[in-house]
Ligand binder design. Sequence first.
Ligand code: ADP
Ligand code: MG
Length: 322
Amino acid sequence: MSEFEVIEKHFRSLTMGRAGTAELLDDAATIEIPDGYELVITSDTLNEGVHFFDGEDPENIARKALRVNLSDLVAMAATPLCYQLNIAFPEKPSDKWLESFSKALHEDNRLYNIYCSGGDTTSIKGGGLSISITAMGIVPKGCALRRSGAKAGDFIVITGCVGDAALGLKTLQESHEQKLYEDSVSRYLVPQPRIEASNIIRRYAGAATDISDGLIADCLHIAKASGLGAEIDIEKIKFSQCVNRAIDNRFFSIEEAVTGGDDYELILSVSDVNLESLMGGLRKINLNPMVIGRFLDSKLGVSFVNSGTLNIDISNLGWQHF
Ligand code: ADP
Ligand code: MG
């Protein structure tokens, strides 16, 4: 199958018939943006052996490549619209691989009401499979949520449990009994971007970012961008059953849970006034939001209260620990 046959057979239908894509028969696509909105654009690349295991299930690769991008759009309070799909193949892909890969993207197109606007298909020498997606979303003009929008005294809210993806990764790497932590493994393999939170956080949050680098590191991103510090109450962070079980079994630690990445929950800042509306809105869409601390008027990075016997090594990121 030639490059053009691959595009025609496996990628054309991902356009969901949108006119601006010209069924991938033109050099580029056009995208219409409604009056009063602006485009939000983000890219993420997944490389074999770095971001996913060699020989990983193509459906999982497809979903992860797309969803990590959607998570970035949501963190800007945008509504996802479309994406460019750029793939470098180290060898000719099989029809079966391409079928599974594009089927998963097609399902996510439906799930998130998005389409593929185009992309690039190339070969790569001496490397693994590389997939780069550029996703685009729209947001009412001037309403994108920035990391810099937190104010001193704002609460720190997360939209759900953290640590599962790191536990899932550790489980796969150390081939511990996978059944025991299977929910965490699937959270690692197939992220669940909090798409429906977009409209709620746009109304009520001051700053937002998604948890891709880890709770502490990403909290620090908001704090730094806003010129603030942050104080997290460790006891307010509730972990999933899987993570608690792994901590009880001494296979995993709280430290790993709060520093591990890839969870794709959101970290938000919210004022006193908006806290209840934000929490209520997030619960209504079946999320499990938690208030875990506050942003402070200090430049001391992220510090902890109630850390008790926790011995979190935070020195190399400039965090404070007491
Ligand atoms: P060029 O030679 O100018 O790079 P291509 O032949 O790569 O053009 O692309 C032709 C059309 O196919 C374009 O509309 C492009 O967006 C689309 N396309 C190529 N690769 C992909 C892909 N992986 N996914 C979706 N669309 C693709
Ligand atoms: Mg090309």
